[in-house]
Design a protein around this ligand. Structure first.
Ligand SMILES: Cc1cc2nc3c(=O)[nH]c(=O)nc-3n(C[C@H](O)[C@H](O)[C@H](O)COP(=O)(O)OP(=O)(O)OC[C@H]3O[C@@H](n4cnc5c(N)ncnc54)[C@H](O)[C@@H]3O)c2cc1C
Length: 335
């Protein structure tokens, strides 16, 4: 365990924002958790941090930050078709995907190269290329921050939705997830190449878990900025969901609007399209801007503060509301 007081968070968030934390614990053994929590006794001000790839610090954090680094990947049950795997929260998500791919286990290949740690994956039900965590999720274990009681929540209890879960609503800020259990396929893989880019490049080949993962890595590297060289948190906003009458009125005004039918009543509008059409394509204001290949990604060109990034994001949000009467919702947690 490492303890940092008045610690710089610059290397703990992928926006590379240089805010401070009053106390930061880097914890590799979860047995240390209850000790720290009871000693420090500041339960209301605890923030659990993974890889910092979905969080924007706009001010110094007054309180305890717990950065979980516990490691371990274990197969805990197996039959001829599937494996149940328990992964510690501090494992890097993409390293785990590579482990699954190497072993020929299916289910997470479409989620290749998503930054961050396993422990954060259930928080927003990470998703990409037609697959979401919920599709392979079995349960997660952890501690309640108020009582330090252990919990295990099964899939149906996690209330997974598009980029959301019970950990963003009723249990927001109330838990530390210490491990996640996922069910992966060993045979009869359920490959998903519905996305155009994937279909175009893979439809004439014999699909394998590795081929899909490799293709997704290639596509993502061509479209998204690598946080190691350009500070960002991926998509800053969620794609807004509107009802059918709103969708029809938008379609009448903007025949080229990009949207996906979710069901008979609702459509998901492409936030990237809204941002692009509102004049933000490659927009740069001082240290902050919109990424050229993907307008949903707000980037830190260098030394932007969290406040600058947030105020730029608010400017985008306000403009979209004025233009389309659609309120964008942040995907990134703002602190
Ligand atoms: C380039 C780029 C591309 C991305 N692409 C995608 C994508 O395709 N799909 C997608 O869904 N996301 C994407 N993201 C967002 C991000 O990678 C995911 O949300 C990821 O799961 C965040 O993991 P993290 O460990 O960095 O979480 P953090 O940013 O550290 O934390 C995010 C939230 O989870 C909470 N949290 C973290 N760990 C725990 C824990 N152990 N217990 C309880 N709460 C916890 C935090 O308190 C916070 O609320 C992208 C980000 C980047 C930078």
């Amino acid at each position: 365990m490492k303890i940092h007081r008045n610690a710089s968070l610059k290397n703990f968030n992928t926006f590379n924002v240089d805010e401070k934390a009053e106390i930061l614990f880097e914890i590799d053994n979860i047995k240390d958790l209850s000790n720290i929590l009871s000693k420090e006794n500041k339960k209301d001000e605890i923030l659990v941090l993974g890889g910092g790839s979905n969080i924007l610090f706009t001010k110094p954090y007054k309180g305890i930050i717990i950065n979980l680094k516990n490691k371990g990947v274990k197969i805990i049950q197996e039959d001829e078709n599937s494996v149940l795997v328990e992964v510690s929260a501090g494992e890097n998500w993409h390293d785990f995907v590579l482990w699954a791919v190497q072993n020929g286990f299916g289910g997470v290949e479409n989620l290749s190269l998503i930054p961050g740690n396993i422990g954060a994956a259930p928080i927003q039900n990470i998703g990409a290329y037609g697959v979401e965590l919920k599709d392979i999720f079995y349960s997660c274990k952890g501690l309640m921050l108020d009582s330090f009681n252990e919990f295990e929540l099964k899939k149906s209890e996690c209330k997974f939705e598009y980029r959301s879960s019970i950990f963003k609503s009723k249990l927001k800020g109330k838990t530390i997830i210490t491990s996640v259990q996922l069910i992966l396929t060993k045979s009869k893989h359920n490959f998903n190449i519905d996305y155009k880019d994937l279909r175009d490049n893979l439809s004439n080949t014999k699909l394998t878990v590795k081929k899909i993962s490799d293709e997704i890595i290639k596509i993502r590297q061509s479209k998204l900025p690598d946080p190691k060289s350009i500070g960002n948190c991926g998509s800053f906003f969620k794609n807004p969901i509107v009802n059918i009458s709103k969708y029809i009125s938008l379609l009448e005004k903007y025949p080229d609007i990009q949207a996906y039918k979710l069901n008979d009543s609702n459509y998901k509008i492409s936030a990237a399209w809204l941002i692009d059409k509102s004049g933000f394509k490659e927009k740069k204001e001082k240290n902050v801007g919109v990424y050229s290949n993907q307008p949903l990604v707000i980037i830190n060109y260098g030394n932007a503060s969290g406040k600058e990034l947030h105020s730029f994001a608010n400017h985008v949000k306000g403009t979209i509301f004025n233009n389309y009467e659609i309120k964008l919702e942040e995907e990134v947690l703002i602190i």
